[in-house]
Design a binder for this molecule. Structure first.
Ligand code: AMP
Length: 151
C-alpha cells in the first residue's frame, strides 16, 4: 500500500520536465533556479514542511511522498520527464531513486547526490551521474589554495 499524500491526484509533467527528489537546501536551490529559468519542475519530499525552503516565486509542482515508494513514481505522468535529480540526505535512497528512474522509468538524465565518495563507482557503472559534495569541496579547496598561481 502506498503511503503517499499527493497534493493532486495525478501530477502532470510537461515536456522536458525535471523531477527533483528531496527539497532540502540543495534540492530547493536547484528547483528555484530551474523554475526561475522557466523550466518545468516537480519537487518531491516526504516532509511537506521542507517546501518552505522554496522561494515564493517557485512555479513548479510540489508533491509530498516517500520517494522510495515505486508507486510514487507511478502516480506521476513520467512520459515527458527528461531528468530526475535525487538529492535526499540518504545515499541509499538516492541510489534507489536513481535506479528506478534509470531502469524502470527509462529517464534520459539521472543525477544523484552522494555523501560517500567511495560509492561513486557504483553509480558510474549504472550510468548515473553524481554530485559528491566531498569531492567538489576538496577540488575547490585545492583550487583556492593552488589554482591560478604561477608558483
Ligand atoms: P538536505 O539534507 O537539506 O539536502 O535535505 C534532504 C531532504 O530530503 C529533506 O527535506 C528530507 O525530508 C528529504 N528526504 C529524505 N528522505 C526522503 C525520501 N525517502 N523521500 C522524499 N524526500 C526525502
Amino acid at each position: 500500500m502506498s503511503i503517499l499524500n499527493f497534493n493532486t491526484k495525478k501530477a502532470k509533467a510537461e515536456k522536458g520536465c525535471t523531477v527533483i527528489v528531496g527539497c532540502g537546501r540543495l534540492g530547493a536551490n536547484i528547483a528555484d533556479s530551474l523554475s526561475e529559468e522557466g523550466k518545468d519542475v516537480i519537487i518531491i519530499d516526504s516532509n511537506s514542511d521542507s517546501f518552505r525552503k522554496l522561494s515564493p516565486m517557485f512555479g513548479g509542482m510540489k508533491i509530498t511522498g516517500d520517494a522510495t515508494e515505486l508507486l510514487a513514481f507511478d502516480d506521476i505522468d513520467f512520459k515527458d520527464v527528461s531528468s530526475v535529480i535525487a538529492v535526499t540526505n540518504h545515499d541509499n535512497t538516492n541510489i534507489m531513486v536513481a535506479q528506478m528512474a534509470k531502469e524502470i522509468l527509462h529517464i534520459d538524465k539521472v543525477i544523484a547526490r552522494l555523501y560517500d565518495p567511495a560509492r561513486e563507482c557504483v553509480y558510474r557503472e549504472l550510468g548515473i551521474d553524481t554530485i559528491c559534495p566531498v569531492i567538489l569541496s576538496t577540488n575547490e579547496v585545492d583550487n583556492l589554495l593552488f589554482g591560478g598561481t604561477d608558483a
